[in-house]
Ligand binder design. Structure first.
Ligand SMILES: [Zn+2]
Length: 391
């Protein structure tokens, strides 16, 4: 069993802090890209399903493997074998500065990251490096060169090609910086090396480093930055019927915000949308807040009447018995739905059971019309790929 104390003091501190910033994650699919000696991969493999990719075969051979995880020798091309949206979390620590084409690597990492997933990127911070050159290494030429915008070199991996924190979002617009922490703000400035090995000193230093890691003034001079980026990619789904497309857009709004199931609805009168809504069961803690009910309430409020005669309703999933009866009470004349009751059951909802209890739907044959089922099935797939709660 490896212990962190085997590592040089600076690396031990680095790992302790960055793991704390990532948090206590469990039961996730994690990719560690550029996993090096596998110390971080091994740490998270205790409670997660981890895949580590590392181009250096020797490093991978000697990697820490106290906990089981998948190890792959390779670079960005090794990601080709992974499907879109495979991982919950992508870790990429001190890797991009050694790569020329950072943009295409970040694009590929984002492809395998689920929408809503997190990317943890550790990177050199130029200002911190300049302080290091000036204060610790007495290398004024390098300090001046860095100030002139030149790159520097690391002992192990060659040239450090700096990039700015906000460049990642320019490369991949779906990736937004949620948090930026500074790491190694103070500890290298302590030049008595024997102090660095002192456990008590380390604890106190790690806690002080954590304390200032989100304070702007300290972050600017930290040696490293740790970016937590979120994949805010949102799917757009085309449908043949323009009103069904609107109902799907309503549903997407709901599922990306965690409001409830993939059920969106619009109500149309004289070719115009007069009401819209999506499932909000989880958002407002209300088991009756289905998409159809929400849209009916919206339309009645907008039109100033409880009588929706002359209206048609478009919904992404075949209405449940509760909604079907609410639709009748509202005098809506036609219902167009995408996914069928058995599709609803297929993603875990209890529609079939309730439908049998209330006598099936033979009486509604002419009233209910299925359209755009493939587009709505795609919506259900998107919903399934996101983290969600079935109720
Ligand atoms: Zn319903």
């Amino acid at each position: 069993m490896h212990k962190l104390t085997e590592l040089p003091a600076w690396e031990r501190l680095f790992k302790k802090i960055i793991w704390k910033q990532i948090g206590d994650i469990r039961d996730k699919k994690i990719l560690d890209f550029g996993s090096g000696e596998g110390i971080t991969a091994d740490h998270f493999a205790e409670h997660n399903d981890v895949t580590a990719i590392e181009p250096d075969e020797d490093m991978l051979q000697n990697a820490w493997t106290d906990h089981a995880y998948t190890r792959i020798v390779g670079d960005v091309s090794a990601l080709a074998e992974f499907a879109d949206d495979t991982f919950d979390i992508v870790i990429c620590h001190n890797v991009l500065e050694y790569i020329d084409d950072k943009k295409s690597v970040v694009q590929e990492l984002t492809r395998v990251l689920k929408p809503g997933g997190i990317m943890s990127v550790a990177k050199h911070n130029r200002t911190g490096r300049i302080m290091q050159m000036a204060v610790l290494l007495d290398d004024f030429d390098k300090a001046n060169a860095l100030l002139d915008g030149k790159n520097s070199t690391a002992s192990k991996f060659g040239e450090i090609r700096y990039y700015e924190d906000d460049e990642i979002n320019e490369w991949v617009s779906d990736l937004d910086v949620e948090k930026c922490y500074g790491i190694r703000t103070f500890w290298d400035l302590q030049q008595k090396q024997e102090k660095h090995a002192d456990e008590e000193w380390q604890e106190a230093m790690a806690s002080l480093d954590m304390r200032v890691s989100e304070m702007e003034a300290f972050r600017q001079i930290a040696f490293f930055h740790h970016l937590i980026l979120k994949n805010n990619h949102r799917e757009e789904i085309e449908a043949e019927n323009p009103f069904m497309k609107e109902a799907i857009a309503e549903a997407l709004e709901g599922i990306y915000n965690g409001h409830g199931g993939p059920f969106g609805c619009v109500i149309v009168k004289d070719g115009k949308i007069v009401g819209r809504g999506h499932n909000r069961v989880l958002a407002i803690i209300d088991s009756t807040a289905h998409g159809e009910i929400s849209a009916i309430r919206d339309a009645e409020k907008a039109l100033g009447t409880h009588d929706l005669s002359g209206c048609e309703l478009y919904t992404t999933g075949e209405p449940c018995p509760m909604c079907l009866n609410a639709i009748l009470w509202a005098n809506i004349e036609k219902v167009y739905y995408g996914c069928t009751i058995s599709d609803n059951a297929g993603i875990g909802f209890r529609d079939e059971k309730f439908d049998q209890l209330s006598g099936g739907r033979e009486a509604f044959q002419d009233f209910l019309v299925c359209i755009d089922r493939p587009a709505c099935q795609r919506l259900f797939e998107v919903y399934n790929s996101l983290e969600h709660v079935i109720y």
